[in-house]
Each structure stands twice: as structure tokens, then as C-alpha cells.
Design a protein around this ligand. Sequence first.
Ligand SMILES: [Fe+2]
Ligand SMILES: [Fe+2]
Length: 166
Amino acid sequence: MLDVTELIYDDHALLRRRFAAFDDAQGDEQLTVLWEELAVLLDAHAACEEEVFYPALLKKATEDGEDEAEDAIEDHNKIRDAIKEAARHPVGSKPWWDAVGEARTENSDHIAEEEREALPDFRKHASLETRAELAVAWTKWRTAHFRPNHVSTANKKPETYIEANS
Ligand SMILES: [Fe+2]
Ligand SMILES: [Fe+2]
């Protein structure tokens, strides 16, 4: 049976590996290709969680769920900011590496936190049926949006998001 939390763990593993690929990259052309793809994955992963996963977590109505959603939106905003910062600089330049490094740090801190808090919380509180239904929704949304210019990269206000999705 498909389970949305497993699909999120899979995406996290993919994001970690794609960042690791930068350690072996040779030359700006390779860096450009790697970064273009990774920036799309990062933005789409955050948007997919905001669209499919966090609304379901919030509707489980645990107090922790609200804190977890708030932390997630704040972290997603930091990752989006780092991606936008990287776009302002030539690939391979010092400020570009700084921004990519910032995205890597924010992303690894964030996904570790999700794996410690939001995902276990959801596995404890949601039924297997809900987890399976969300896996289908996740896959549909992911298929439609994991490509360039298919998600909004605008930052969100945590309070507004929680209110709209609870
Ligand atoms: Fe996230
Ligand atoms: Fe995530």
C-alpha cells in the first residue's frame, strides 16, 4: 500500500543525494544543470507538502500539528529565499555558492525536523486509509508540478496558511 509519509521520505532522500552531487560537479555547465533541476525539486517538494500533506496534518487537529506546520512554512520560506538569492548571481561565483550552501543547510535541518516531528506525528494519528488516499493525491500533484515554472515560489505567512488550511 502506498503511504504519503513514505513518499515524502523518498523525496527527502532524493534531495539529499542531489545536494551531494554538487560535491563531484565539474565546471559551471554541470553546476547549472544540477542547480536548475534541484531548485525545481526543492520548490515543488515544499509546495506539494503545503498543498497535500500539511493541510491533512492540521486537520488531525493536534496542537503539535499547528507548531509543525508553522515551522515548516517558516523553513520553506528560508529555502525559497536561498533559491531566489542564488538566481541573482552567476553560477559558480562566491555569492552563488553561499546561497546554494544556505539552501543545503536550511533544507537538511528542515527535512531532519520533519522526519523527527511532523511525519511521526502523522503516522501516529492518521489512519492507513488516509495515508493511502494522500499518497494518491501526492503522486497526482507531484506529477503535474515537478517541472520548471509549475509552482508558486511566493513565501507564505504561517498564520494565514494555518487559518486557511485548518
Ligand atoms: Fe517541508
Ligand atoms: Fe519535506
